[in-house]
Structures are given as structure tokens and as C-alpha cells.
Design a protein around this ligand. Structure first.
Ligand SMILES: Cc1cc2nc3c(=O)[nH]c(=O)nc-3n(C[C@H](O)[C@H](O)[C@H](O)COP(=O)(O)OP(=O)(O)OC[C@H]3O[C@@H](n4cnc5c(N)ncnc54)[C@H](O)[C@@H]3O)c2cc1C
Length: 338
């Protein structure tokens, strides 16, 4: 069997590694960081099917995880909408999930190298799953922290503010993950948690900022990410890419992690054919790229069109009116974005 090398041991890379090991294919994963580690992420996983998780061989991780259906959407400090999520969503921290995946991968005989940052490279047998493609002129900033002591109004909360929004979900040991996506602003002061608090206040999410200031904060859980663009990443240098490196859906959908798993699932079948010598590398790469484009096109377009509405005052007013008059096609939009 031909072996596979995976760059990036996040969700897509490790899930793919596990799927390949389950089929007896030799795999090496090279990861820039180490485990366990916190990561900027809303930590609610929405829309991934049991079939995808079983194909990859990772369903076990989800069996014992909290599963939520109820969501409440706020505009500033006001309630906009209470809505059941059709597919439901799991709440698992990245601290737990990435750790579990890397241990499982290694227990299956996968070879993991940590603390090694690899330069972008297109080579036969190499899969690039190293997350966001760095963009120097990006306008986005993602911030997150785990806190304890906040009494949630619903199982999942989404708070929309001016040029930013934040989501909350409970993960392990009563910790609540608070994660926000903000348009970067020059005048914002503060470091670490104070920076998150400043952004929440600037966006008009004062209630959340007050709650955060009064809550217990989990040591080491604050993290930040910048320098990324949402949507298709347009990597055209011959790399086989999956996960965020292929495309990034706006975070409000809670579907990015599902897409990471789904892209691993899509790549798995073609990579198995390659490993068995039934497909050339070039054909394998092209097939994966085409299949991912087809699988994700509708949700990326729909989510990309909705995103500006969630961030602008006029868009939020329109949503507010549509919600009050029961004209908001929430379930249709949910289906199109998952
Ligand atoms: C603010 C924000 C909130 C989000 N909220 C949610 C949510 O609630 N639900 C949801 O489903 N999704 C959410 N997402 C999206 C989700 O986090 C990603 O879609 C998901 O992590 C993608 O997985 P991945 O494996 O492609 O990349 P990652 O999980 O980012 O993994 C990439 C890995 O590659 C490593 N790496 C990077 N560069 C190199 C290199 N050069 N060499 C070696 N290793 C490298 C990194 O250290 C990392 O471990 C959110 C994203 C953001 C920005």
C-alpha cells in the first residue's frame, strides 16, 4: 500500500488519519502545535451525520457528548428568536476533541509528529489540512474563552451585535464556551480577556461583557485568531486540500467542524483508491477537489449571503421584523446552510 502524509492535526487531518488507519493504510500526521490545547471555535457541531462519523470511525467520541436542540438568538440585549435546531448540535470543547482524536489515531498505529510547522508544498501522497490559509488583509478576529457561573437562557445562545456576534454553549465540567467573531477595529484596547470584553462592549453586547467580567475563567482557555478570509480558499498550487484550507463557512452556522469531517470523509474514498494503486495522485486530487466543491457549494453561497445581514444594523432589523411577523424562513435557511 502507498502511504499518506497529512499536514495539520486538527479535525480534518486527524479524522482522515483515523479513517485511513482503520483501512490499514500507513499514515503520518505532522502538526505545528501540541495537545491538549484550546482553540478558537464556537464548539457546537451542527449538521454532521452519524454516517459520516461512522465512516471515519469516530462516532464513539460523540456518543457520550452533550447533544442540544434549543437555541435562542439575541439582537444586542434583546431576544430575537427561540428556535429548535432541526439536526441538533453537539457541544464538545476542542481541548477534549482534538486530544481524543490524536490519542485514537496513535492507538490505531498512526504516526504523529507534533511541534513541526511544515511549509506549503504540493507533493504526491501529501494532504494539506492545516486550517485557514493566512491572509494579511483580513478584517476578521476570532476570540474565545471558557467561563463558569453564567446561567444560560437556552442550550445554545447566539448574540448578534454591531459588526460582530458571539455564541455560547456548555462543554465539559460546566464550562461555557464564549466565542465571538468580530470585524477588527483599530481603537480597541486591552489584551487577552480584556480584549474580548472590549469587543463585546463595542458591539453592544454589554450583557455578555458584564457576565464575562463576573464569571470564573478557565486557565489557559483564552485564544485568538486573525488573518483569515471566509468562503472558498482558492488554493491552486496543486495541493490536495481539505477542511478550512479548502473552504471556511461563516461560523454562525456551527457547520465548520462538520465540513472538516465531511471533507475528510470525501477524501477518504479517493485516497484509499490511490493507496491501493487504483488511482493516480493527480486523478485523486482532482476528484477530491470536484467532490468537495459539489458537496459544499450551496451551503457556502447561502451562508455567505446571510452573513452580512447578521453583522449590520439594517440586516438585523430586517431579521427582527421577519422573526416577529413569523416570516423568517429559519428552517429553510438552516437546511441550505448545513
Ligand atoms: C471564530 C470562529 C468560531 C467558530 N465556531 C465554530 C462552531 O461553533 N462550530 C463549528 O462547527 N465550527 C466553528 N468554527 C470553524 C471550525 O473551527 C473549523 O472549521 C475547523 O476547526 C476546521 O478544521 P480543520 O481541521 O480544517 O482546521 P483546524 O482545526 O484549524 O486544524 C488545523 C491544524 O493544522 C495545524 N497547522 C497549521 N499550519 C500548519 C503547518 N504549517 N504545519 C503543520 N501544522 C499546521 C494547526 O496547528 C491545527 O492543529 C469556528 C471558526 C472560527 C474562526
Amino acid at each position: 500500500l502507498r502511504s499518506i502524509e497529512i499536514i495539520g492535526g486538527g479535525l480534518s487531518g486527524l479524522a482522515l488519519g483515523i479513517g485511513l488507519r482503520k483501512r490499514g493504510i500507513p499514515v503520518q500526521v505532522r502538526e505545528a502545535g501540541s495537545y491538549p490545547r484550546h482553540k478558537v471555535c464556537g464548539e457546537f457541531i451542527c449538521g454532521v451525520s452519524q454516517k459520516t462519523l461512522q465512516t471515519l470511525g469516530i462516532y464513539e467520541l460523540f456518543e457520550s457528548a452533550p447533544f442540544y436542540r434549543k437555541s435562542r438568538w439575541f439582537r444586542g440585549n434583546d431576544v430575537l428568536l427561540d428556535q429548535e435546531l432541526k439536526t441538533g448540535a453537539w457541544g464538545i470543547s476542542r481541548y477534549r476533541m482534538d486530544e481524543w482524536l490524536q490519542e485514537y489515531f496513535q492507538s490505531l498505529g498512526g504516526h504523529l509528529i507534533t511541534r513541526e510547522r511544515v511549509k506549503p508544498e504540493a507533493r504526491e501522497g501529501l494532504v494539506w489540512s492545516a486550517g485557514r490559509i493566512p491572509q494579511s488583509d483580513s478584517k476578521w478576529l476570532g476570540l474565545k474563552v471558557h467561563m463558569r457561573g453564567y446561567q444560560m437562557y437556552s442550550e445554545l445562545e447566539m448574540h448578534m451585535g454591531r459588526q460582530g456576534y458571539a455564541g455560547l454553549v456548555q462543554v465539559e465540567d460546566d464550562w461555557i464556551n464564549l466565542c465571538g467573531l468580530f470585524e477588527k477595529r483599530r481603537q480597541v484596547e486591552g489584551k487577552y480577556i480584556a480584549l474580548l470584553e472590549s469587543y463585546l462592549r463595542l458591539c453592544g453586547l454589554t450583557h455578555l461583557a458584564d457576565v464575562m467580567a463576573e464569571s470564573e475563567v478557565r486557565d489557559g482557555s483564552f485564544c485568538a485568531v486573525a488573518g483569515f478570509d471566509l468562503g472558498v480558499q482558492n488554493v491552486d498550487d496543486g495541493r490536495l486540500v481539505i477542511g478550512d484550507a479548502e473552504s471556511m463557512i461563516p461560523p454562525f452556522t456551527g457547520n465548520g467542524m462538520s465540513m472538516a469531517f465531511e471533507s475528510a470523509e470525501t477524501a477518504l474514498s479517493y485516497l484509499c483508491e490511490y493507496a491501493q494503486g487504483r488511482l493516480t495522485w493527480e486523478k485523486c486530487r482532482i476528484n477530491v477537489a470536484r467532490a468537495l466543491k459539489k458537496r459544499f457549494r450551496t451551503r457556502l453561497v447561502t451562508a455567505g449571503s446571510c452573513h452580512p445581514f447578521l453583522l449590520s444594523s439594517a440586516g438585523q432589523s430586517a431579521l427582527s421584523i421577519a422573526s416577529r411577523t413569523k416570516l423568517l424562513p429559519f428552517n429553510t435557511l438552516f437546511t441550505l446552510t448545513h
